[in-house]
Design a protein around this ligand. Structure first.
Ligand code: BEZ
Length: 241
């Protein structure tokens, strides 16, 4: 199909997929103009959307993100928020959060990472953040993990009513960085210090060789090999000093 045949309704559903180059955009944010993903080359980014300013679940999420910003920065990761609101709404909402809102023991929280104004829905449409079955005017809670070379590495979507799990966002980031650094995969519920997965050998012979190895590999069968990966080693390779 040629692009001129794409209807308005289909355009709304456009979204990048895992492994795609993150769609480029320029945007105005609470921290000035940004050119994504180029401005963030060499670092990871979490580009996330929320439905609207001055709403409670979004407020709790922003406070949590802001509280954790340094932790993400130490893992070489920038946070970039977005909603279909204007800049003045963003500024007023973030000021109110700082002045008045307490949540989970957090107070006087200052949001220092950029929050994109996207009244035109330009970015939200490029990233499939508008899901009309859920809302035609508000972005769902989308999370795009973009790596240092601008590739989309993971995508998580939540509906409007469900606040994100920040332990999982951080875990996913560290797990992907660990996979890149150590050429391993990470099993269910993996956290630093847990055993990692060695990709299937591809042939029984190779697997058999592996099973005979005295190396630290543990192969229960040809397709299921794990090895220990020291937590301190993972963290020292990934986290900035
Ligand atoms: C909220 O952030 O609280 C929210 C936003 C849109 C719909 C439902 C809840």
């Amino acid at each position: 199909m040629n692009t001129s045949e794409i209807t308005k309704e289909q355009e709304v559903f456009t979204m990048p997929r895992i492994g795609d180059k993150a769609p480029q955009f320029n945007a105005i944010t609470t921290q000035g103009e940004i050119n994504f993903p180029d401005d963030y080359k060499g670092e990871w980014s979490i580009l996330f959307s929320h439905p609207a300013d001055f709403t409670p679940v979004c407020t709790s999420e922003f406070m949590t993100f802001a509280h954790l910003e340094e932790k993400f920065k130490k893992a070489n990761c920038n946070l970039i928020g977005l909603s279909i609101d204007g800049l003045y709404s963003h500024i007023a909402w973030l000021r109110t959060i700082k002045d008045k809102i307490t949540f989970n023991g957090m107070e006087k929280i200052e949001v220092k990472f950029p929050l994109i104004e996207d009244i035109s829905m330009n970015v939200a449409k490029k990233y499939g953040m508008i899901q009309p079955g859920e809302s035609k005017t508000q972005a769902v809670r989308a999370v795009f993990f973009v790596d240092p070379v601008g590739i989309v590495r993971a995508i998580i979507y939540y509906p409007l009513s469900l606040g994100r799990n920040f332990d999982e966002l951080y875990r996913a980031l560290i797990a992907m960085q660990t996979s890149d650094k150590f050429n391993v995969a990470t099993p269910a519920d993996w956290n630093p210090g847990d055993d990692v997965i060695i990709s299937p050998a591809g042939s029984c012979g190779v697997a058999q060789d592996r099973m005979n190895q005295t190396e630290e590999l543990k192969c229960d069968d040809w397709f299921f090999c794990t090895k220990k990966l020291d937590k301190e080693l993972v963290l020292s390779e990934i986290l900035k000093k």
